[in-house]
Design a protein around this ligand. Structure first.
Ligand SMILES: C[S@@+](CC[C@H](N)C(=O)[O-])C[C@H]1O[C@@H](n2cnc3c(N)ncnc32)[C@H](O)[C@@H]1O
Length: 296
């Protein structure tokens, strides 16, 4: 049994962010979809710029895996950036999303004004038909729990993976060692994965599955994001503060051996592992590194 209702019933409340692009608040997950500093800016900086995607525009095909497609900003920003540099760039895009209402509702709210016609056309077709085949794009939107839909992606690896679930406390099922191993299995040998999260549990999970990690800059967020690759080169090294965070109990990762665990099961398992962990208490790290106002 999973905690995720088969039909999501909570409202998706639209709200403008600081760069003028719209985001939603998810009542089902109790969280905003994007940084309030700018949904579109976040897609551009945390995913497109952080992965160096544009440098690949001249070497088609470019393969992109968008984990948690949502309103489609990350995919759209990637397509826009590639086609601006090379309109003939061939792209293969696979996107995973639980809630088919989200991409449809975003079109309804005209979230995508400002994208070029080919990108807007892609967003429209993906929302309505879940697939696109043109001269320059093969794209699929796989609707359902990403823990299951990712297992249907076979014989295919991405050059770029955008990992954008809700935060670990709100959506632990998409940050587990087991799910991230499924994601990493679809990362090409010279590919790069980017996420906004710098949670120690997320970073240690990525390391446990054999990836090297580095820091990225994240728009409107207090903390950096994370990039991961199979080789350490080109990654920005973690700061001493970030390295020491990984030596604390905050770095005990979430686990979901069946890839069907409930949120409660996943969190309880982690709490039990933390309670017997030989790692340092995170309170010591906070005392050393975080100014008083950030501790709350
Ligand atoms: C932070 S939002 C992603 C925002 C998105 N990247 C964008 O550009 O709009 C997280 C998304 O994850 C989706 N999601 C939540 N649980 C999921 C699951 N188990 N499998 C797939 N998608 C999931 C939510 O429906 C939501 O659209």
């Amino acid at each position: 049994m999973t905690h995720i209702p088969p039909i999501l019933t909570g409202d998706l409340v639209p709200e403008p962010t600081s760069d003028g692009s719209l985001t939603f608040f998810s009542e089902d997950f109790g969280e905003w979809f994007h940084s309030r500093a700018g949904a579109r800016t976040e897609a551009q900086e945390t995913y497109v710029q952080a992965t160096g995607l544009v440098a690949r525009a001249s070497s088609s095909p470019v393969r992109v895996l968008d984990v948690c497609y949502g309103l489609g900003y990350n995919s759209a920003a990637a397509l826009e950036a590639l086609w601006q540099v090379n309109p003939g760039c061939q792209v293969e895009l696979i996107a995973l999303e639980l809630d088919g209402r989200v991409p449809l509702r975003s079109l309804h709210h005209h979230h995508h004004q400002g994208w070029s016609p080919p990108v807007l056309n892609t967003l429209t077709l993906l929302a309505n038909r879940q697939e696109v085949h043109t001269d320059t794009l093969t794209a699929q939107l796989l609707l359902g729990d990403a823990r299951q839909t990712i297992q249907t992606v076979t014989d295919w690896q991405a050059d770029f993976i955008f990992l954008d679930p809700f935060s670990p406390p709100h959506c632990p099922e998409l940050w587990t060692v087991e799910f991230l191993a499924q994601v990493a299995h679809r990362l090409a040998p010279d590919g790069i994965l980017a996420t906004y999260s710098c949670a120690a549990a997320v970073r240690s999970a990525l390391q446990k599955i054999g990836l090297y990690i580095g820091a990225t800059t994240a728009t409107g967020r207090k903390w950096p994001g994370t990039a991961a690759r199979w080789q350490p080169d080109t990654l920005v090294p973690l700061s001493q503060q970030e390295i020491e965070h990984l030596e604390t109990r905050a770095a005990v990762p979430h686990r979901d051996p069946t890839l069907r665990g409930t949120r409660e099961e996943i969190c309880d398992r982690r709490s039990q592992e933390q309670s017997v962990s030989a790692l340092k208490p995170t309170s010591q790290w906070r005392k050393k590194w975080l100014p008083a106002k950030e501790k709350e």
